[in-house]
Write a protein that binds this ligand. Structure first.
Ligand code: CA
Length: 364
């Protein structure tokens, strides 16, 4: 009977829920008599947006199935319950139990959180996950969120992003001057020091801002997500690589009291499902980007270009400055930044003779 319920997935979950209502009928099976939980999850993403927005939806579906309906999560897109950038506060206050967003949106509130999404010219998807899961990164992340009554769980990674869409060519460092660009996090600060004007906008507002000329350029994610927003219809030049976000990790955040209210097996189901989604989201992006890139390569109104080397060299040296200042000014950023860069040194030595060396030998 138990095995059938597991194999039956969602249908079985519905059956168990029905059973739980008539507890006496099912009391022989302890698992079916346990308490059920109904959570809300707010996100920074447009509802059911490919990749980013589907990650929490898939989390909810899988947790419900794996728990036989004992933990049900209703997911809300940005603005449906709280605005895109108020996820952290809503979950911290306990207004809702769960959130899904990117930790660099908490810049200004908890600056050190940026290390867990992406650092310009920093770790890739594989390297970040190595640090988080095996190199002590998750412990530092959990410690950082304790004062906010939040439990962070890594959930998803987009892989290397694109540099973004530009309405004018970037041929030299001078072309960055006066550039008004949507670019969040540390990348935005780097652009500011290179002479540009960084703007932070939630995804849903990017297309209109670019099309109306309110901004000259934007980064968002990569071909898969950028074509979903139609950004290729609002700008001509698509630059790579995404120096600002070389493999940004996404986060699930759970209110501490809500987390502590779960029995250990449900906590394990949530954690394990989040880790599965980290792999799943990266695979979805690798696939989606490849398919959408083909479409962009065939589009006569789109030019896909590499940034000039001198632009990347400048941005990299400014990044060093920005990160050094962040670590000098903020003790939490200093502690986490030291751990991050120490790990980056070690892991990149291996990446150089594995991923990089292999890519250089493969014909593209
Ligand atoms: Ca981005």
């Amino acid at each position: 009977m138990k095995r059938r319920q597991f194999v039956g997935g969602l249908a079985a979950a519905a059956g168990v829920a029905a059973c739980a209502k008539q507890e006496n009928d099912c009391s022989a099976d302890g698992a079916t008599a346990q308490q059920t939980y109904q959570w809300s999850c707010v996100t920074s993403w447009p509802p059911r947006f490919p990749g980013l927005g589907m990650a929490p939806e898939n989390l909810a579906t899988r947790v419900e199935a794996a728990s036989s309906g004992r933990l049900r999560i209703k997911v809300y897109g940005a603005g449906e319950l709280v605005p895109a950038f108020e996820v952290f506060d809503a979950v911290s206050r306990g207004t809702v139990e769960m959130g899904h967003d990117a930790s660099y949106y908490h810049k200004g509130k908890v600056d050190a959180a940026q290390f867990f999404t992406a650092i310009p010219f920093g770790m890739t998807n594989l390297e970040l996950n190595a640090w988080l899961y095996y190199g002590g990164g998750m412990d530092l992340w959990r410690e950082l969120y304790v004062p906010f009554d939040l439990v962070p769980i890594a959930t998803g990674n987009t892989g290397v992003q694109m540099g973004g869409w530009f309405n004018k060519e970037i041929n030299s460092v001078d072309d960055l001057k006066g550039l008004k660009m949507r670019i969040p996090g540390l990348g935005g600060e780097v652009l500011r020091r290179a002479g540009g004007t960084p703007v932070t906008l939630p995804g849903s507002e990017i297309f209109t801002a670019l099309q109306t000329g309110a901004i000259d350029a934007t980064e968002w994610v990569g071909p898969y997500n950028d074509t979903s927003f139609g950004l290729h219809k609002a700008a001509r030049y698509y630059y790579y690589p995404g120096w600002q976000e070389p493999g940004p990790g996404l986060e699930t955040i759970v209110n501490k009291d809500a987390w502590n209210s779960l029995p250990p097996d449900l906590q394990e189901i949530v954690s394990t499902t989040c880790q599965a989604l980290t792999t799943d989201v990266a695979a979805e992006y690798t696939h989606g980007n490849a398919m959408s890139l083909q479409q962009l390569q065939e589009d006569p109104n789109v030019e896909i270009r590499p940034f000039p080397p001198e632009v990347l060299v400048l941005l990299r040296s400014i990044t060093q400055e920005v990160v050094d200042e962040l670590m000098a000014d903020d003790p939490a950023s200093r502690k986490i930044g030291r751990a991050y860069f120490d790990y980056l040194d070690k892991v990149s030595a291996n990446s150089r003779i594995s991923e990089l060396a292999y890519f250089q030998t493969r014909e593209f």
